[in-house]
Design a protein around this ligand. Sequence first.
Ligand code: MF3
Ligand code: CO
Ligand code: CO
Length: 301
Amino acid sequence: MRVPRALNPRIQNQILKKFGVYEKVLPVQTTPSRKVPDHIIKPDYLTDKKIIVPSVPEIKDVNQIRGMRRSCKLAANILQQLNKFIQPGITTDEIDEFVHNLSIEAGAYPSPLNYNGFPKSVCTSVNNVVLHGIPDLRLLENGDIVNVDITVFFKGFHGDCSKTFLVGDVDDRGLELVGVTEECLNIGIKSCGPGVPFTEIGSKIYKHAKKCGLTVIPSVLGHGIGEYFHGLPEIYHTINTYPGVMKPGMTFTIEPAITHGSEDTVLLEDNWTLLTEDGSRSAQIEHTILITENGAEILTK
Ligand code: MF3
Ligand code: CO
Ligand code: CO
């Protein structure tokens, strides 16, 4: 007969019933911020000349749209390259190094680095971390889900996208969570087009999540983006009363975060890492889109 061994602390940490099988994480030690060579052009928040963020959602002209296409394409390209890089045993700090180096090789600045004091070049949010996780020396484990949120500043424009990756074999509840989150983003994007109220996105996403028995985390918003990292409009992912309608030439992100648990979150003392309060997992996915004459185009495809 096999004698059952004492559970190791990691396994004890797993929440086996209510929210599926996974390890609840907290930040661990990390490495110093990475260096950016002098020739890389920095965004306004690292220079003396600050950009004035438009006070209404901006309608971009052809040159600005060209700029957005370039930066978004690069962000999407780097995100895609992570597919074969992410596996059990690598650290999120190695993801940071990978994204940092690819950005710089392409001639772009990794927008998160030193943005309002964020210390790393990318955000990595594992399991119960909702967003803005700081890459660190924790090894990714079989069964983890990890959102990697990449923004690059390339030739004067930011491009922003993220995806939740599956690390090895993820349990069914985790697969369901990531799948429904992707559906929510797609439904949100499909609802977009000229003349459509911004409120549509949130109401469509909310309804789909609810139908699937999942919860949208309401404090996570999408945003206008361009020569600035975050601008108007604010994009709610739940029922909301945000004013205004979409117009051709607007670019903004949609980035719902969805959980099995409650909508409540806690911000850690690092002032970045946002966790679910109940320890349930959260998945997130993000695209930057352009409103066109007859719908919306995904720029970070
Ligand atoms: N990319 C994130 C977003 O989707 C913002 C990250 S800000 C950082 O809006 F400072 F944490 F990097
Ligand atoms: Co992002
Ligand atoms: Co964003």
